[in-house]
Design a protein around this ligand. Sequence first.
Ligand SMILES: [Zn+2]
Ligand SMILES: [Zn+2]
Length: 388
Amino acid sequence: MPVKNRFAELLPEITAWRRDFHENPEILFEVHRTAGKVADLLRGFGCDEVVEGIGRTGVVGVIKGKTDTKGRVIGLRADMDALPINEATGLDYASKTPGKMHACGHDGHTAMLLGAAKYLAETRNFDGTAVVIFQPAEEGGGGGREMVNDGMMDRFGIQEVYGMHNWPGLPVGSFAIREGALMAAADQFEIVVTGKGGHAAKPHDSIDTTLVASHIVVALQSIASRNVDPLKQVVVSVCTFRTESEAHNVIPQTVLLKGTVRTMDPTVQDYVERRISEIAEGTAMAFGATAAVKYMRGYPVTINAPENTGYAIEVAQKVSGQVDANVAPQMGAEDFSYMLNARPGAYIFLGNGDTAMVHHPAYNFDDNAIPFGSSWYAGMVEDRMPAA
Ligand SMILES: [Zn+2]
Ligand SMILES: [Zn+2]
């Protein structure tokens, strides 16, 4: 299964969809035009079912194979949202909306999955059901989480799920993946230290929150250096230290600390969350102050299931033969992690060539990657559910 010939024929059509999405970017859950076009195209391909409004503005298409002897169901996912960035590519199909841009290539992901859906609906050369998933709000809104919470996995009987992201710096036509943690969990914390404000010349009558908060900042560094196994990745950064008063002669009543935590392992994540509270509260108590800790979880770790990573590699091998099966993990975070927590599956990087990095105003998705991406999506269905 090299690049499927059909995708060479479909390339102008898929490219036209991609450039239309590029010209009309929408952000977060407000992807109404994009989702509407996706749903119209899916209906036009003859999908057996097209459902809109899952996870607010997500779209799901169902394509049944020629046979269904084993009840197998595979999910394939793409994201549809753009970013709040002013485009600086100078392309003739550049964004028509100032301040919004497809700077992460989700226009390409959506077009490639539409291409795969068109091919699968034409050929139906598999035994089971393919479910194509188009999600909103990957860039910070948790659209993937919303689709999962909306009951998508059970409603469509999805058993395995696969996702893809273009990657600048990797040659077009090549793939990169790793088993286990591929993208980090990104959490936030806030600590309010309360002591006893007062006159700076009478420290013995106060409980100095500036001093207490400073001890907390230093002590938090022991999580990475003394608590977590040195072979596991962890970042604990305190990024805001705000005293209630900016005077030279006032001991502030409260101090606010804010920071971020990055982890690659759910056990480490749970542990760091617990240690931040213990350290902040325990240190504050030692000085007669109190600390109120808020810990906010962001996207969880993106974890590729070992067996499914193997299937993803096999298909990528057949498509192009260029696969880095042990790529370094990325400290960015990815909303597809909610789908991978709900069902086993894998997430793969697809080469975008020597372009600006994603989220840069000069970034553009490379349309030459389309046949490789569409072939991989379709190949996951045909390979995992071979025709009976
Ligand atoms: Zn992005
Ligand atoms: Zn992205």
